[in-house]
Design a protein around this ligand. Structure first.
Ligand code: B12
Length: 313
């Protein structure tokens, strides 16, 4: 657990306003009126707030945007706020606003997971992943929950709300969860085959793990090479085992990557019959012989169409 009274876990009111989008004036008014968010005072009289309050305050900001009154939500726990927003998505009959509420409730869920990262609570985090997976299914879990979650971890790390240790902890929890899930879905399959890899120098593997979950919803049997695979090994393995598809994920984080050159080398060395799909923010546009797919919903649709062209028996 974190220690809320440690200086590194405390932030100023300006910082809290920046991280939550709630003005310093409003934060002071709420503290006076509702007793929350509760601050500690420095000897100088300046307020300091625990960083762990950020997810709850972001959830409050979201609830206010959705039309709730401050008096109803400001004292709520994150779980209560999440219940409130989740309930709206089940009771609302207007499809447009149901979609809106659903995305609000996903944002609340992400804030709850971020709070669990602050507390290094892997039991709660993994249980949350399982519950949401069971509730919305694998594709929606990846597209609507795992992607926003990891992007939120990225912005939290960038802004200083989350430490490197928080970010590594989150990555480890999500990686192990996604690995367990796609391997389970992939076991004892005998369909067509897809080879999955990242380029040499790549240190980000969550995109590929998410792609593996989506691919495992098709009839494809996955061979997963994972992080930092030398180009010649990708090419040799593909040519030897003749998968119908080679799937690559490229992040925009690694300066050592040369995505364009690497993809063209792979295309050149690979049997022409093997289709190549690449995704992730580092994938270049318009490379000959490489299909770029932007997101996992499109990837899932494309896999369905591709499978239909394979004349499966
Ligand atoms: C986790 C993480 C790490 C972990 C990775 C651990 C692991 N095992 O994966 C570690 C700690 C290793 C790391 C390291 C670094 N990271 Co980092 N990292 C992240 C973080 C939080 C998540 C990355 C991730 O997995 N994304 C995967 C997917 C979800 O994102 P995506 O690439 O945008 O892909 C999207 C789609 O294209 C699609 N997709 C992805 N793959 C595929 C594949 C297919 C087939 C399909 C169809 C679709 C698809 O899915 C996503 C849907 O939107 C991001 C934040 C972020 N916003 O991504 C930063 C981020 C990528 N990292 C960043 C940086 C700067 C670094 C470092 C350079 C930091 C440093 N100073 O050392 C190093 C890289 C060093 C190196 N040599 O590579 C920056 C990149 C900034 C930039 N270039 O614009 C980011 C954006 C954080 C930030 N906000 O600044 N990182």
């Amino acid at each position: 657990m974190t220690q809320p009274d440690k200086m590194e876990n405390l932030i100023s009111i300006g910082e809290l306003a920046r991280l939550t989008g709630i003005t310093t004036h409003t934060l002071r008014v709420w503290e006076k009126r509702y007793g929350t968010p509760h601050s500690q005072r420095l000897p100088s009289g300046h307020r300091r707030y625990p960083k762990e309050d950020v997810p709850r305050l972001r959830a409050i900001a979201k609830a206010l945007e959705s039309g709730y009154r401050a008096s109803k939500v400001v004292s709520g726990t994150l779980e209560e706020l999440q219940g409130l927003m989740g309930l709206r998505s089940f009771t609302d009959t207007n499809p447009a606003s149901t979609e809106e509420s659903e995305s609000s409730s996903n944002e609340m869920l992400v804030e709850r997971w971020v709070m669990e990262i602050h507390g290094y609570d892997d039991d709660a985090l993994l249980q949350g992943f399982h519950q949401q997976w069971n509730r919305v299914g694998p594709l929606r879990f990846v597209a609507d929950c795992a992607v926003p979650f990891i992007k939120r971890v990225g912005t939290g790390w960038e802004s200083g709300e989350l430490t490197v240790a928080n970010e590594h902890f989150a990555t480890e929890c999500l990686s192990s969860f996604l690995t367990g899930k796609w391997r389970q879905l992939n076991s004892k399959k005998q369909g067509w085959t897809v080879l999955m890899a990242t380029l040499p120098g790549e240190t980000h593997n969550l995109g590929l793990l998410m792609a593996a979950v989506v691919a495992s919803l098709s009839n494809a049997k996955i061979t997963y090479l994972g992080l930092d695979t030398p180009l010649e090994d990708v090419i040799a393995t593909a040519n030897k085992h003749s998968p119908e598809l080679l799937c690559i994920s490229i992040s925009n984080g690694a300066k050592t990557l040369d995505p364009e050159d690497s993809l063209l080398k792979i295309r050149k060395g690979l049997n022409k019959k093997i289709k190549i799909v690449s995704g992730g923010n580092g994938t270049p546009d318009n490379l000959p012989g490489i299909l770029k797919i932007e997101d996992f919903i499109n990837f899932n649709d494309w896999l369905g169409d591709f499978e239909n062209t394979l004349n499966l028996t």
